[in-house]
Design a protein around this ligand. Structure first.
Ligand code: 0PR
Length: 389
């Protein structure tokens, strides 16, 4: 679909902090509560992660929580003033390089996958002189690429998938001399599937374009799989990998990595009145808490903790997929710890009424993301509720 058709539309369905689809707030304000402060209301609110099967955020590792608190008031956006957190950010990038097979990584800790994806598009656009740049993404790419296209004035060419993975023939057909970037997804938001990364990289480079991998969610599960997804497997230019998702850091901590520091130069803006002379980030003031917690989580968990987590989450996903299949639902075979199944809208609504936070795919399947906070016992009671209807 042309990108313009999907952007700038206003409707009651639009979901932001201010306007949300959800009608049942976790902490409803009733008239008689008027003199109760928001903080007092929080005390009686339910535990955040108890029934959350829809989120790509999770409970941070205890070390990450502690590190976040310690660096709450620091700003890695001003590295000459906040030197400790600036050092920590270098460590974070090193660790992300280790996870993604990149020995001399360049990059920084972003506010999340959205910022990292926008910046990857910005690098590619700025690198090439063309009046009419286009970016080729599979249809299952995250919606942050639509934001990027809108902000940066590039044409987004979406390519249909085959079996939930990018179709390389269709990608090849949509490339031309104005293609500045091709995107592959390693762990898609809807199904957790991995695109053919080495093949896409080759197509991109043959067309003179850069190649970006979005491993925002999958990046901390994939090292323990057979998938070919990282810098050591393919000629990848940039990558998104988010510590604040499966990495178990505190929010906000995303990651943008680049094979070479030269590509990041495309993002540089002069900062005349700071001690440091330029900035490559999209936001100015940034969260030192996110940076510090990313380092703490990765030092605590890489590689054994993440491996153990992958095994547990993947076992849970396979277990849930089997339970749903036994009950006659069509299940999309999980490739990473994410289960999608053809459960009716009305049943999903009933589960939501019972407090389950579950998501849906674009094709209206039920979608359960097996994050670290999602345990077998949680899934057992979810299935028990499903059986009850
Ligand atoms: N790339 C991929 C593959 C993603 O799945 C996501 C987020 C992003 C990029 C963007 O990352 P940020 O949200 O950090 O900018 N995918 C989830 C989604 O859109 C994000 C999410 C997280 C949703 C927590 C709900 C939630 O509770 O579904």
């Amino acid at each position: 679909p042309p990108v313009r058709a999907r952007i700038g539309r206003r409707s009651a369905e639009f979901s932001t902090v201010y306007r949300t689809k959800s009608t049942d707030s976790a902490t409803p304000i009733r008239k008689k509560d008027k003199r109760v402060t928001s903080m007092q209301r929080l005390e009686s609110a339910p535990q955040d992660f108890d029934r959350v099967l829809s989120s790509m955020c999770t409970e941070p590792h205890p070390a990450a929580r502690q590190a976040a608190e310690r660096f709450l008031a620091t700003n890695p956006g001003d590295p000459e003033t906040y030197r400790t957190v600036a050092d920590l950010e270098r460590d974070a990038v090193e660790l992300l390089g280790t996870v993604t097979g990149l020995p001399e990584p360049a990059g920084y800790v972003t506010s999340g996958g959205t910022e990292a994806n926008i910046q990857a598009v910005r690098i590619a656009r700025n690198r090439v002189e063309t009046d009419d740049p286009n970016v080729v993404v599979p249809t299952h790419a995250h919606f942050s690429f639509w934001k990027a296209a809108d902000l940066l004035g590039v044409e987004l060419r979406t390519v249909p998938a085959r079996d939930h993975r990018a179709n390389t023939d269709a990608v090849a057909e949509s490339l031309d001399g104005d293609t500045v970037l091709v995107v592959g997804v390693a762990g898609s938001t809807e199904y957790g599937y991995v695109d053919p990364i080495p093949e896409l990289a080759e197509l991109a480079h043959d067309a003179g374009a850069l190649f970006h991998v979005d491993a925002a969610w999958g990046g901390f599960y994939l090292p323990f799989t057979e998938h070919r997804w990282h810098f050591g497997h393919a000629d990848i230019d940039t990558m998104t990998i988010d510590p604040h998702k499966v990495g178990q850091a505190a929010v906000p901590a995303g990651g943008l990595l680049s094979r070479s520091p030269t590509l990041l130069d495309e993002l540089a803006i002069d900062t005349p009145y700071l001690e440091s002379t330029e900035q490559i980030t999209l936001t100015g003031t940034r969260s030192g808490a996110g940076v510090a917690s990313a380092v703490a989580a990765m030092e605590a968990l890489w590689p054994d903790g993440y491996r153990e987590q992958y095994r547990r989450s993947m076992d849970n996903a396979r277990w849930l997929a089997d339970e749903l299949a036994e009950r006659g639902y069509d299940v999309i075979e999980p490739e990473l710890p994410l289960v999608a199944a053809d459960v009716s809208q009305s049943l999903v609504e009933k589960l939501r009424d019972r407090g389950w936070r579950v998501a849906r795919t674009g094709s209206d399947e039920l979608r359960v993301v097996c994050m670290p906070h999602v345990t077998r016992s949680m899934l057992r009671s979810f299935v028990a509720d499903l059986d009850w209807y």
